[in-house]
Design a binder for this molecule. Structure first.
Ligand code: AP5
Length: 208
């Protein structure tokens, strides 16, 4: 099964993906995470990518599209988290044969509050929230014991730009996939367990 998770910054795409990965044995392919890994390596490409990410802009397709395609190559079961992020990107992956697109809908006000409390682990694979999704031990990842940190692009100015880009480039994908008849929307505003239960129901029904 090939699933795309759409939604504004901070809508819970990563949080939902982590759970889907476990429950349905799907590979979690996060475009943001792949890009952050490249930045960490401090390669020439990584340094280029960093310039876009730290401003909250989309990283050019020449970097991101091939990276994601390589990651899913040979796989039949995965979640694409944060990819595609524009109609142009969606057209470039038409050949993958996506089965289902789930759009998390959350008002901007709610999402902005989530950013202040967001923490991620040292590997970047696990996300938390100080109030809504705290780790078992303060400041430490439940899974790998690494120290929890704030993401560099979680600052108010960059968040504003990420939202601007979302509305201009990514939101049109909701209509794009609606027209293809593979879109399901989920209210992403309630508590994490409630949101995930709604997503899980859709995926389970789809699998039958
Ligand atoms: P990316 O890392 O994908 O960031 P994003 O899309 O802005 O999304 P986030 O990771 O911020 O949020 P999320 O929806 O995963 O929410 P989360 O689950 O963490 O991309 C970063 C950058 O990379 C982009 O700006 C761009 O530069 C580049 N990039 C990425 N993809 C690209 C592409 N395709 N093309 C070009 N460039 C690309 O939840 C947020 C917080 O809320 C957490 O603290 C969580 O614990 C908490 N939370 C989650 N759900 C709930 C809930 N229901 N109630 C309360 N709190 C909740």
């Amino acid at each position: 099964m090939k699933i795309i998770l759409l939604g504004p910054p901070g809508s819970g795409k990563g949080t939902v993906s982590e759970r889907l990965e476990k429950d349905f044995n799907l590979a979690h392919v996060s475009a943001g995470e792949l890009l952050r890994e490249e930045v960490k390596k401090d390669t020439a490409i990584g340094r280029d990518i960093k310039k876009f990410m730290e401003k909250g802009n989309l990283v050019p397709n020449r970097f991101v599209v091939e990276m994601v395609k390589l990651e899913v190559n040979g796989k039949d079961n995965y979640i694409l988290d944060g990819f595609p992020r524009s109609v142009e990107q969606a057209k470039l992956i038409e050949g993958l044969g996506i089965d289902l697109v789930i759009s998390l809908e959350v008002p901007e006000q709610i999402v902005i509050e989530r950013f202040a409390g967001r923490r991620v682990c040292g590997t970047g694979e696990h996300g938390y929230h100080l109030k809504y999704l705290p780790p078992k031990k303060e400041g430490v990842c439940d899974y790998d014991g690494t120290k929890l940190v704030q993401r560099k692009d979680d600052n108010p100015e960059v968040i504003k730009e990420r939202f601007r880009i979302y509305h201009a480039e990514t939101q049109p994908l909701v209509d794009y996939y609606k027209k293809k008849g593979i879109l399901k929307t989920v209210d992403g505003a309630p508590a994490p367990e409630v949101v995930y239960a709604a997503v899980k129901k859709i995926v389970k029904t789809f699998k039958k």
